[in-house]
Design a protein around this ligand. Structure first.
Ligand SMILES: C[C@](O)(CO)[C@H](O)COP(=O)(O)OP(=O)(O)OC[C@H]1O[C@@H](n2ccc(N)nc2=O)[C@H](O)[C@@H]1O
Ligand SMILES: Nc1ncnc2c1ncn2[C@@H]1O[C@H](COP(=O)(O)OP(=O)(O)OP(=O)(O)O)[C@@H](O)[C@H]1O
Length: 305
């Protein structure tokens, strides 16, 4: 019996999604909440670097998941699996699923990789099964998976508040071309917030027209522990003359932004300076405006067995 998914007649069809990374253009910690999280005001933007997720319909009831990166949790611990199970519990699943995750983003990089994969899973299932009718109905599920996950449902530059789960999409007015430096080691998000809480102080403010001063309040605690990250930000600011250089999220990545794409020669210099273990990529800010329903980032492909 083929599943009564949204007009799908057989179980060999599926969907492939891009799960974009994010960078934080500004991250202000406003205080400690009673639930132990921190009250935030942060501006985030999706970027052109990301993972790829394939979700295929299968007969039966099983949700099978595999990932090509042994460094992240493979089974039920993976945020993709947790998102699929949450969707099934909340909206039901008319059939089984085969989910394949192609990791390209480093984990613990401050890029929201796992959060983006979780949001992509919810969007894929909504697209495959045509429910829930409103994207907003996915917000509570996303917020329960992580503070950054709701942002990735909108896939648009946004101002985020609360613990990060209150998302207000906004037009992108700043420089759009970037260079990302990941040192090759992660910074665990909980550690970064606890380190901040031990000695709360604001990050160094820098100008970013047209918004004015921006900063990342998690920088001082992370820079104190990981000199590499502080040096990388300085290199982007002074050597690479970025219009803005900042650590993304809780680190470990730092990024530089320019109006024009960074020259290949600059990328080469960064690779020479930071060595083979660093992950260094150019990127662009994604602000296609039509991504509220993620249409711009969904590619639907029918996998005929
Ligand atoms: C650093 C950022 O990525 C910036 O966008 C986010 O604030 C973190 O988002 P995330 O990784 O989805 O965070 P979660 O998985 O919800 O929380 C991980 C841990 O980070 C700390 N945390 C997170 C968000 C927040 N507003 N305050 C916090 O103190 C808490 O210790 C929490 O247990
Ligand atoms: N699909 C996934 N991809 C990456 N990490 C995952 C995934 N599922 C679970 N995790 C776990 O989630 C944790 C955070 O992963 P993530 O990539 O979101 O961190 P991050 O890039 O630092 O994000 P943030 O910007 O929120 O700090 C890691 O410890 C990882 O083991």
């Amino acid at each position: 019996m083929s599943p009564s998914a949204k007009g799908r007649e057989d179980t060999s069809q599926g969907i492939e999604l891009f799960a974009p990374a994010k960078i934080n253009l500004d991250l202000r910690i406003l205080g400690r909440r009673s639930d132990g999280f921190h009250e935030l005001s942060t501006r985030m933007a999706p970027v052109s670097l990301g993972d790829r997720l394939q979700v295929a319909l299968r007969p039966g009831r099983e949700i099978s998941f595999r990932c090509d990166d042994a460094r992240i949790p493979a089974g039920e611990e993976n945020l993709v699996c947790r998102a699929a199970r949450l969707f099934a519990d909340s909206f039901g699943l008319p059939c089984g699923l085969e989910i394949v995750l192609e990791k390209r983003l480093p984990s613990g990089a401050g890029l929201g990789g796992g959060s983006s994969d979780a949001a992509a899973t919810l969007l894929a299932l909504r697209s495959l099964f045509g429910r829930p009718s409103s994207l907003d109905a996915l917000l509570p599920l996303a917020a329960s998976l992580g503070s950054d996950v709701p942002f990735f449902l909108f896939r648009n530059p946004a101002l985020c508040h609360g613990r990060g789960e209150i998302v207000t999409p906004e037009p992108w007015l700043g420089p759009r071309m970037g260079l990302l430096l990941f040192p090759g080691f992660p910074v665990p998000t909980p550690w970064a917030y606890h380190a901040y809480a031990r000695n709360p102080r604001p990050g160094e403010e820098r100008g970013l027209p047209p918004w004015g001063p921006v900063r990342n309040d998690l920088e001082p605690a992370v820079f104190e522990k990981f000199l590499w990250i502080a040096v990388a930000r300085e290199w982007l600011q002074k050597e690479a003359r970025a219009e803005l250089a900042l650590m993304s999220g809780s680190g470990s990545s730092v990024f530089g932004l320019w109006t024009d794409p960074p020259e290949p020669e600059l990328v080469e210099r960064a690779r020479l300076f930071f060595g083979p273990e660093a992950w260094i990529e150019t990127f662009s800010i994604l602000s296609d405006g039509s991504s509220r329903n993620s249409g711009a980032l969904l590619t639907e492909s029918s996998h005929r067995d």
